[in-house]
Design a protein around this ligand. Structure first.
Ligand code: ZN
Ligand code: ZN
Length: 158
């Protein structure tokens, strides 16, 4: 047994580590040997609603599912907490990347605030090149500070 505080801390720590994992996966795998699958995210085909890039959702979903499953069978709460942390990160990634940034489903209009503006400008720079090399901003939820500052200074000059 672990306490509910420990459980919550494991979920939160897993969520934080997942931002690093997602950055690593994006920079070294998606822009590396699995670029073939990520290519259509940088060069979307307007005739299809799915992208081969969507396959990467499984990288979050499969371990998360298995960890939660193993916890429910073998009573391994630490593993279960990690599974829920991965699931929460996967949900946040999906929401921020597919819905707020790329607007793939337009069922809601994201509010424009300092955070969504920073997110959008950092990710727009990431997408400014349609090829594998020379991209920047591989992280998702953590945006380099300069994108907030740049916006702030832009709005001051306008
Ligand atoms: Zn990319
Ligand atoms: Zn993107």
């Amino acid at each position: 047994m672990i306490s509910s505080t420990t459980y919550a801390l494991i979920v939160i720590a897993t969520f934080a580590v997942m931002e690093f994992n997602a950055w690593f996966l994006h920079k070294y795998v998606m822009h590396g040997f699995l670029w073939n699958l990520h290519y259509d995210h940088h060069n979307p085909d307007p005739t299809r609603s799915y992208q081969y890039n969507d396959f990467f959702a499984l990288v979050f979903a499969v371990p998360s599912f298995l960890f939660i499953l193993f916890d429910s069978i073998y009573d391994l709460p630490v593993l279960g907490a990690i599974g829920f942390g991965i699931m929460a990160y996967g949900a946040a990634y999906f929401f921020v990347h597919e819905i707020i940034i790329h607007r793939r489903w337009k069922f809601m209009t994201p509010k424009s605030n300092w955070y969504t503006r920073g997110l959008n400008s950092a990710h727009k720079i990431h997408h400014s090149k349609g090829h594998k090399e020379g991209c920047e901003n591989f992280g998702m939820l953590i945006v380099p500070l300069k994108y907030f500052n740049k916006r702030a200074s832009l709005s001051k000059t306008n």
